[in-house]
Ligand binder design. Structure first.
Ligand code: AHM
Ligand code: MG
Length: 375
């Protein structure tokens, strides 16, 4: 049986914040507090509010502001891609052998640059980088940020939804590189150790969807909030407060083209959805964009299940544990949903390498549990 109760991160934010947290009574984080000119709470105001309420420390607040800036820049690039010569391939492949699009490379640079400039990020790991990068000492900080700067970029040339995904961990103090005494190999080894943390350690996870509107959704371990970019003021404004995934939902989102390579159990599950699933009745509806952020966003709002299973060719599926499945699972659980590899919680998996892939199923608790019963 799987336990999908939303769980707070097992590690404290920082010692200072942890002790402050222990000392203070729990304050409600719900509610749109500031109203500027009739607007909902701007993201920057919300961040400052979270800092004031000691839910995050000042350093994490800076990192989150810088990520929101990266998302605004990428949103603008994505919108102009077709007319600014930014569609198509960059001519390189990443360490996973995938062709990089021009916008994959540019978006990675945007993320790396803003995070370095904060001076609060010690190590960053990206889908587009071979190994995690230690930010130089002079700019370094305590947080480890893992990210996929532009997920679903195969959709870009057709102007279909894409997104950025990130997760933030505290640095493991035994894994902080020492630039003055350690050589490059040692630094790399320490960086890998620093990012290979289980999702249970996540302090924050989020995504930004570039679609008909640009929406930033995140959790700091106290529920899930969504902010929509208001292009007239250039700011994310709170639009979704305390998102809750419906307990069940009759929408499935899988690349069914891979059906022939699935296990018999998974095939039976898929067949059962077409006759109404556990409770019978109306068949499920299929919805698949092929862009994790878009498919996930719909799934947490409407309910249902998103899946990228392993198959005969790729037993661990396609999606990466560190910067795709773990952050999305943290968000799903914080919204009352689930994230599973088909057998148990994604957040319990200890990564053994940076670009590790895992089968991934997420969405409504009832739907994920039903899938697990076939695996
Ligand atoms: P990417 O990180 O290279 O963009 O690949 C991840 C994407 C996900 O957004 C999406 O869910 C999946 O790949 C789609 O894969 P497929 O085309 O095999 O269905
Ligand atoms: Mg990706």
């Amino acid at each position: 049986m799987s336990a999908f109760a939303a769980k707070a991160p097992t590690r404290a934010l920082t010692k200072t914040v942890a002790s402050r947290r222990a000392a203070k009574s729990v304050k409600a984080t719900r509610g749109v507090v500031a109203k500027a000119g009739g607007l909902g709470t701007p993201f920057t105001t919300w961040i400052l509010q979270q800092e004031m309420e000691e839910n995050i420390d000042g350093e994490l607040a800076v990192v989150l502001s810088s990520i929101s800036l990266a998302c605004k820049q990428i949103a603008s690039l994505v919108q102009r891609a077709g007319i600014a010569g930014m569609t198509g391939l960059a001519g390189e492949t990443n360490v996973q052998g995938e062709d990089q699009k021009k916008l994959d490379v540019i978006s990675n640079d945007v993320f790396c640059d803003v995070l370095r400039q904060t001076g609060r990020t010690g190590v960053i790991a990206s889908e587009e980088e071979d190994v995690p990068v230690a930010v130089e000492e002079t700019f370094g900080g305590n947080y480890v940020v893992v990210f996929d700067p532009l997920d679903g970029s195969s959709n870009i040339d057709a102007a279909v939804s894409t997104g950025s995904i990130w997760g933030i961990y505290e640095s493991d103090s035994t894994c902080i590189p020492d630039f003055s005494s350690e050589d490059a190999a040692k630094i790399e080894e320490k960086c890998v150790m620093n990012v290979c943390q289980p999702g249970n350690n996540l302090l924050c996870a989020g995504y930004c969807m570039y679609s008909s509107s640009t929406i930033l959704v995140l959790t700091i371990g106290q529920g899930v909030y969504g902010f929509t970019l208001d292009p007239t003021v250039g700011e994310f404004i709170m639009s979704h407060e305390k998102i809750q995934v419906p307990k069940s939902g009759k929408i499935y989102s899988f690349n069914e083209g891979n059906y022939a390579m699935w296990t018999d159990g998974l095939k039976k599950y898929m067949d059962s959805l077409k006759t109404g699933g556990k409770d019978g009745g109306k068949p499920y509806s299929a919805r698949y964009i092929g862009s994790l952020v878009g498919d996930f966003h719909r799934t947490i709002l409407y309910g249902g299940i998103y899946g990228y299973p392993g198959d005969a060719k790729n037993p661990n599926g396609k999606l990466r544990l560190l910067y795709e499945c773990a952050p999305m699972s943290f968000i799903a659980e914080q919204a009352g949903g689930a994230g599973s590899d088909g057998k148990g919680r994604i957040l319990d998996i200890m990564p053994d390498k940076v670009h590790q892939r895992v089968p991934f199923f997420t969405g409504s608790v009832g739907e994920v549990e039903y899938l697990e019963s076939f695996m």
